[in-house]
Design a protein around this ligand. Structure first.
Ligand SMILES: C[S@@+](CC[C@H](N)C(=O)[O-])C[C@H]1O[C@@H](n2cnc3c(N)ncnc32)[C@H](O)[C@@H]1O
Length: 286
């Protein structure tokens, strides 16, 4: 234990685990003990409390909604980057290219395209979707094209909405990809307005039931999010996502994930790429 750190007993760690599982579906492993000590320790100090037990009692008895949110924000893992698992964006481009050939005009006279980045972290995933598709199909600017980007962590949602990143975030990208960002000075890059305006960033806990939006979405990205959930929770989540995806639309998941019990309405069509079956086809297959 480092100087100034609060000791975390097994019983207290179990209390932390039970709370974050109940609130966010996150199943903390033993390996997260150090992270819990350092991240929640800061909150305990800010609240001028003396131990993890005091802190958990505070959350249960007189904690404000802001305290409850700080607890969640402290325990999420937000690692992400632009064009992460880039084969998904190549696949999405082919799919949207096909939709553009055949999609009829909607009520407002413009064809509709809806994509959801569920667990968007600091925004690199939804911005990659927007930048990639606008570069491939400039005519999408005349579509009714919206991206919903949600995360349980309110800090990352606020960061994402700012649309500004340190230039170092672009390392590893191709010159063509780098050219899609605006230079903001002071070592910062900014997402151009045309891409920013497509995206609505909202806080959303995927464990909430029901979700506030009705969909349907042409594609959903839920990548490297379910990895923090246990198997039953993952199965339920993917099944619920399946119900919000148009027949023959796509679900993109993280490189180490699979749909488990939630895969009934999907077929695997590429590496971590699943296509939603039409409901009739799904019933036939059952
Ligand atoms: C590792 S990041 C993945 C970001 C991005 N999808 C990617 O693949 O690069 C996982 C994100 O899932 C979010 N998350 C965890 N539990 C969640 C929940 N119950 N509801 C919504 N988001 C959640 C975390 O806050 C975190 O930002």
């Amino acid at each position: 234990m480092e100087q100034g750190e609060f000791a975390l007993s097994d019983r207290e760690f179990n209390r932390v685990k039970a709370r974050v599982y109940k609130e966010a579906g996150i199943a903390l492993s033993e390996a997260k003990r150090t992270l819990v000590v350092s991240r929640l320790g800061k909150l305990i100090r800010t609240l001028r409390l003396n131990s993890f037990d005091d802190y958990l009692d505070h959350l249960e008895r007189q904690g404000t909604p802001a305290d409850a949110q700080d607890f969640i924000n402290a325990l999420t893992t937000n690692l992400t980057r632009f064009w992460r698992e880039d084969h998904h964006f190549t696949h999405l481009e082919t799919y949207v290219g096909q939709l553009m050939q055949r999609r009829p005009r909607g009520e407002n006279g413009r064809p509709k395209l809806r994509i959801w980045s569920a667990g968007c972290s600091t925004g690199q995933e939804p911005y990659t979707i927007a930048l990639h598709l606008l570069a491939a199909f400039p005519e999408l600017k005349r579509w009714d094209f919206r991206i919903l980007a949600t995360d349980i962590d309110t800090n990352v949602v606020a960061k994402a909405a700012s649309g500004t990143y340190p230039e170092t975030e672009l390392s590893g990208l191709s010159p063509q990809q780098m050219a899609l960002f605006e230079r903001a000075g002071g070592g910062q890059v900014r997402i151009p307005a045309a891409a920013r305006e497509l995206i609505a960033f909202k806080p959303l806990n995927l464990m909430n039931n029901p979700w506030p939006m009705r969909g349907p979405f042409d594609a959903v990205f839920c990548r490297n999010v379910a990895i923090y959930f246990d198997k039953p929770t993952q199965g339920e989540l993917f099944a619920r996502l399946g119900a919000l995806i148009v027949p023959d639309g796509f679900l993109y998941i993280g490189h180490s994930e699979n749909l488990g019990a939630g895969g009934g309405n999907f077929k695997l069509v590429g590496k971590t790429i699943y296509q939603a079956r039409a409901q009739q086809k799904a019933r036939d297959a059952a």
